[in-house]
Design a protein. Structure first.
Lengths: 470, 94
């Protein structure tokens, strides 16, 4: 059997080992299980692991918002504790059909609401580059697991940045696909006009491969469509003729740390040296109104989606003499502070007398954001920004201040509202911690993003293994 | 934009949350602060702008009207916190 270095092995390399019969799928699964036993007590990236290797392919970690038949799925919430789905989410089924054995379910902020995993009812995950810091969120579990060699790849879900931002903070590649290209059937819903499932891995090629496995129309999710062209594994090594647009507004954003800005500017220069044409684009409203728009629309939709947790069909129940009291007590005991905050905010924004001023107005702002992204992408093949304004921050630093936590997604939110695909590619270090580059493409522009991302990744030569684990 | 304790209590009722006294206090302060921040959307004059409810241009997605297998009764009831025979059991609704 070949020596398996889970810290370095890519899913593509693992596929090669399997094809050449140098390892078996069970041996591969076991190697990751051992790495999990070794390092996960410190990092807490998994909420539960699967001992049995089912499938003949490269194993995978799934965020705990993805329903897995026979494997408990909690979305990081007490209100789903003990819930064991009787069916697979479509994406879990597609991974199963592709032979990818499940390694386990990864930690997430409760109902994917957060940017640090500190909102998980089961405790935070830790960043493999510095365990005193957050891995980002909500998909911090998947991102940290991939960086720490506890999974070769995984799936997350992204509403306003929950794939891209943790990938940036952990130093790996994450894709939020074009809205509608990946099924949400069986995903614990947060905000349905925004939620998208997507892959996280060490390389752009691995992310492209996993995208090709999960993407495509699903009759069980009527919001899905097929990509107009198949997903291809990128091979591009230069960027000749590629037009990249930098939103001029990010120059004025004081929230972007100097170290993040420096790493970003270095990679822009590198893109230029690979032949890219760099220009400025204009997103006048996105960074000013994106956040308020998002924090009306997402909580409003969440308040509706989370109405289903009533202690009747699944999950724990707090008993009471009457039905209504049972529901109210069950929800009070089952939801943590962040879901409650968002349910309250969303219910308020949708309530009589406030609907037009809040939810209705936010939907109109969204139209303007869609338009300004469309206009910018008429002149550019992709837009380019830092993914997160900061590197990974210390656990506890923002936990008590909801608005400070919401600000983590300042740069990822606007394109999510516009329904566009976004790719995080690690682009350097600041203070010894990873910095991520965000590439935004037009609808269905995944192949172009993969090509650009792959060329940049090769030229950057970023080492995705955390320094303290090398 | 300040929200009052009574408004928070009313919203909690709508949302079916039996909030404790301490939580009610905390949420009153937090929601006021968050509403202040999100009220920024009111600055824009958007009278002529249509709303976007969904970023994909899909209308009338039809499915063939064909019978197919759905969850078996035992599966549907498998996670129920309380059941009686083939039914979900709940406390009296009146």
């Amino acid at each position: 059997m070949a020596v398996i270095d889970t810290l370095r092995l890519t899913a593509e390399e693992a596929t090669g080992l399997l094809e050449r019969r140098e390892v078996t799928a069970a041996e591969l699964h076991e190697a990751y299980r051992e790495a999990i036993d070794d390092r996960d007590p410190e990092l807490h990236t998994y909420l539960r692991v699967v001992d049995e290797c089912v499938g003949d392919g490269v194993p995978i970690a799934l965020k705990d918002v993805i329903s897995t038949r026979g494997v408990e799925t909690t979305a990081g919430s007490r209100i789903l504790e003990g819930y064991t789905p009787v069916f697979d989410a479509t994406v879990a089924g597609r991974c199963r059909a592709a032979g990818l054995p499940l390694l386990g379910k990864t930690n997430t902020d409760e109902f994917a609401m957060g940017s640090s995993t500190e909102n998980s009812a089961f405790g935070p995950s830790r960043n493999p580059w510095d365990p005193s810091r957050v891995p980002g969120g909500s998909g911090g579990g998947t991102a940290a697991a991939v960086s720490a060699g506890l999974a070769p790849w995984g799936l997350g879900s992204d509403t306003g940045g929950s794939i891209k931002q943790p990938s940036a903070l952990c130093g790996n590649v994450g894709l939020r696909p074009t809205y509608g290209t990946v099924s949400r059937y069986g995903i614990v819903a947060f905000a349905s006009s925004l939620d998208q499932v997507g892959p996280v891995a060490k390389t752009v090629r691995d992310v492209a491969l996993l995208t090709s496995i999960i993407a495509g129309r699903d009759p069980a999710d009527s919001t899905t469509v097929d990509h107009p062209e198949p997903i291809r594994l990128p091979e591009r090594e230069e960027l000749r003729g590629v037009r990249l647009g930098i939103p001029r507004q990010i120059g004025d954003l004081r929230a972007i740390e100097p170290g993040v800005r420096a790493a970003f500017e270095t990679s822009v220069e590198l893109a230029r040296s690979l032949g890219a044409e760099i220009g400025e684009c204009d997103l006048p409203l996105s960074f000013e109104y994106g956040m308020p728009c998002y924090y009306l629309i997402a909580p409003a939709e969440a308040s509706s989606n989370l109405a289903r947790y009533d202690g009747v069909r699944y999950g724990p129940r707090v008993d009471a003499d009457g039905y209504r009291e049972m529901v109210e007590r069950t929800r009070d005991a089952g939801f943590g502070p962040e879901p409650k905050r968002r349910i309250m905010l969303g219910t308020y924004a949708l309530s009589a007398g406030y609907y037009d001023a809040f939810y209705g107005q936010a939907q109109k702002v969204r139209t303007l954001l869609v338009r300004e992204h469309r206009d910018a992408l008429e002149r550019f093949d992709a837009l380019i920004t830092p993914t997160s304004p900061t590197v990974a921050f210390p656990i506890g630093e923002r936990a008590a201040d909801p608005l400070a936590m919401y600000a983590c997604d300042l740069l990822t939110i606007p394109s999510c509202l516009a329904g566009l695909p976004g790719l995080n590619v690690p682009c350097g270090l600041s203070e010894g911690l990873p910095v991520g580059l965000q590439l935004i493409g037009p609808q269905f522009g995944e192949n172009a993003l993969f090509g650009i991302g792959h060329a940049l990744e090769r030229a950057l030569g970023f080492d995705p293994v955390p320094e303290r684990l090398r | 934009m300040a929200i009052t304790r009574d408004q928070v209590l009313h919203v909690a009722k709508l949302a079916r949350l039996d909030l404790g006294e301490e939580e009610l206090e905390r949420l009153t302060a937090e929601l006021s602060e968050i509403l202040d921040a999100v009220s920024k959307v009111a600055e824009l004059d958007l009278a002529d702008v249509p709303p976007t409810s969904h970023p994909l241009d899909l209308v009338n997605v039809w499915a063939e009207d064909e019978p197919h297998r759905s969850l078996a009764l035992g599966e549907a009831l498998a996670n129920a916190p309380a059941r009686e025979g083939d039914l979900f059991r709940v406390p009296p609704t009146a």
